[in-house]
Design a protein around this ligand. Structure first.
Ligand code: KG4
Ligand code: ZN
Length: 458
């Protein structure tokens, strides 16, 4: 037995016989890697061809066949490291088990959207109570779907920042109990880092790439240079676009709209906008003169609030009833924020190219977060990436919103990179506020890059 760096042990078995028909009579060497917790996480085999005097590697199918011939059930042999991811930073209780190659073995999620829609927004103690009621069931479900027992995990990764304090607390204390009970390494996760790295689970994307994260709680542009190496180019100076869309949807009482009653605010706006005329209202994109990559949405939200009030008077309806022009307002709002987001992103691409931070011909823009599931905003961004010869990539919608998979995958990325893996969780705390990476937004503003005007024909 040879001790390897890290916490695994690898053993070698020389075998002559095997009952598997395709391997009979040949000499083979079986290498078995065992984690210190006793889990076999990798089995590999070499077959010696005596005539040629060379070793060859059989296919996985042949290896499984061979193991089965010894009554060694491959279903229970985990060939890769396994990470459990737990997410409770806002209003979704989510968990997933992902292996180091990116296979999602099991996932479960409980969304609180319906409850918060009824109360007109997230009430932190309510979110906390719902996380408490659901976390055990969700984690158990993710583990049982993946057919993995806690002792077979390589690590537990949990979102500990940023987010709602009361929500983060539930995920962290649950995780720490598991970590202590099963003696597992703990990987604390930054929610925005997890959103940013999700694309590497679904696509082959190398560092560096540019990421735009747009959700209900966050809005930022960052250059991703490595697993935990970010340059922050710009962020929202007030609220996030999803928060604004939620507020506008609430002000328009879209919860009472028969087609939108179960949708989040952003989704309801996107749905209704398809039936509206964006030219009917002329809302100006914010911060047109500021030549940086920061965002702002609350000024625009107040303008929209005023417009809605005016329309209610014109149409002679009470606050709480649905305006006949609701779809036109939704279309105009969506168009205005799409233009605002696209322009700031355009400047970020130009800045990164000017400073050689991104490849001139092969740059990638990744868009993620709940608002990234908006197809109209994606089209606006496509206009920008086409004009700048960049590739636009978005994770599938279910991975754009909060989920456990992104947290588990972030754990896998950190395991590979050997970054932030804790064997002692003493003193670990959640952090409701936590910036992402090194903030160079001032430098971006000082560069004062002019963005060429593009026709936003969406
Ligand atoms: O990433 P996420 O699930 O949670 C965080 O905020 O971290 O994002 C939720 C936000 C909500 O504000 C919701 O209204 C918005 O994403 N959203 C959308 C769409 N679907 C969800 N916004 C615009 N268009 C959509 N289709
Ligand atoms: Zn999120």
């Amino acid at each position: 037995m040879t001790s390897l760096p890290g916490r695994q042990v690898r053993g070698f078995l020389c075998l002559r016989k095997g009952r598997a028909p395709s391997l009979q009579g040949r000499r083979r060497v079986l290498a078995i890697s065992v984690h210190e917790a006793g889990i076999i996480y990798r089995v590999s085999m070499l077959i010696l061809n005596k005539t040629a005097g060379v070793f060859s590697k059989p296919s996985k199918r042949k290896l499984y066949e061979y193991l089965r011939s010894f009554n060694f059930h491959p279903g229970k042999v985990f060939l890769h490291k396994l990470v459990l991811g737990i997410e409770t930073s806002c209003d979704d209780t989510a968990a997933a088990v992902v292996d180091e190659t990116g296979n999602v073995l099991g996932e479960a999620i409980h969304s609180q959207t319906e409850v918060h829609l009824k109360t007109g927004g997230i009430i932190p103690p309510v979110a906390q109570q719902l996380h408490r009621e659901n976390i055990q069931r969700i984690v158990r479900e993710a583990l049982s779907l993946s057919k993995v027992s806690p002792s077979e995990l390589s690590a537990i990764a949990t979102t500990i920042k940023p987010g709602l304090a009361l929500s983060l607390g539930v995920g962290l204390s649950f995780s720490l109990r598991m970590v202590n009970q099963f003696k597992k390494p703990f990987i604390p996760i930054h929610h925005m880092e997890a959103h940013a790295l999700t694309i590497r689970l679904t696509n082959k994307v190398e560092f560096p790439f540019l990421v735009l994260l747009i959700s209900g709680g966050h809005c930022l542009l960052a250059l991703v240079r490595g697993v935990s190496d970010f340059l922050l180019l710009g962020k929202s100076l007030d609220i996030a676009p999803g928060d604004m869309l939620d507020k506008v949807a609430r002000r328009l009482s879209l919860i009472k709209h028969p087609e939108c009653s179960t949708m989040s605010g952003g989704k309801a706006i996107e749905h209704l906008a398809k039936q509206g005329n964006k030219l009917y209202f002329d809302f100006k994109p914010p911060m047109q003169r500021a030549k940086n990559c920061d965002f702002s949405f609350s000024g625009l939200q107040h303008v929209i609030d005023k417009t809605i009030m005016q329309k209610e008077i014109e149409e002679g309806i009470e606050k709480g009833q649905i305006l006949s022009s609701a779809a036109d307002i939704a279309a105009a709002v969506q168009h205005t924020i799409a233009c605002h987001i696209a322009k700031r992103t355009h400047r970020a691409i130009l800045f990164c190219k000017q400073r050689n931070l991104l490849s001139q011909s092969n740059a990638v823009l990744v868009v993620s977060g709940g608002v990234a599931s908006n197809l109209y905003i994606r089209k606006a961004l496509e206009i920008i990436t086409d004009a700048t010869q960049c590739t636009l990539l978005c994770p599938p919608p279910r991975l754009c919103t909060d989920n456990g998979i992104m947290v588990a995958w972030n754990g896998v990325e950190r395991l590979h990179a050997g970054l932030g893996i804790l064997y002692d969780t003493e003193g670990i705390r959640y952090e409701p506020k936590c910036p992402l990476g090194v903030d160079i937004s001032k430098e971006v503003g000082e560069a004062a890059i002019r963005v060429p005007r593009l026709k936003m024909k969406i």
